[in-house]
Write a protein that binds this ligand. Structure first.
Ligand code: AMP
Length: 111
């Protein structure tokens, strides 16, 4: 999709520190980390947010969660998986992404 930051990372137009890659999924460090480990896991195909996931994406979701869990399981002490949907939740990039966060104690409820 034109003018999508994460599509530009997928195409290599914008550089990123890639942590994992599969056929349909890319994982890279968040440029503004809020935890010692802060990795974003995205589908290579443009999907706006978790609200746009369809049943036809079941396999893709499995791939996304597999990559996220692979990163999370390397973090000692546990990890958090977050996807912000919409402006009230703090979504700032409208290309589906899961934040894998870990390496520090997390608060609940989140702010
Ligand atoms: P969200 O606010 O949930 O939509 O998350 C978007 C995330 O993308 C934020 O945590 C940003 O720090 C991160 N981000 C923005 N630009 C880049 C970039 N060029 N490379 C890596 N992460 C980015």
């Amino acid at each position: 999709m034109n003018d999508c930051l994460f599509c530009s990372i997928v195409s290599g137009e914008i550089p990123a520190s890639v942590r994992a890659e599969t056929e349909n999924v890319l994982a890279f460090d968040d440029v503004n980390p809020v935890a010692p480990t802060h990795v974003l896991v995205i589908p290579k195909r443009h999907i706006e947010s978790a609200a746009q996931i369809e049943r036809a994406d079941d396999e893709l979701l499995g791939e996304l969660f597999g990559v996220a869990a692979g990163i999370g399981m390397e973090i000692n002490g546990g990890w958090r998986l977050v996807s912000n949907v919409g402006e009230n939740a703090g979504q700032s990039v409208f290309h589906l992404h899961f934040h894998v966060l870990g390496g520090r104690t997390m608060n609940w409820p989140p702010g």
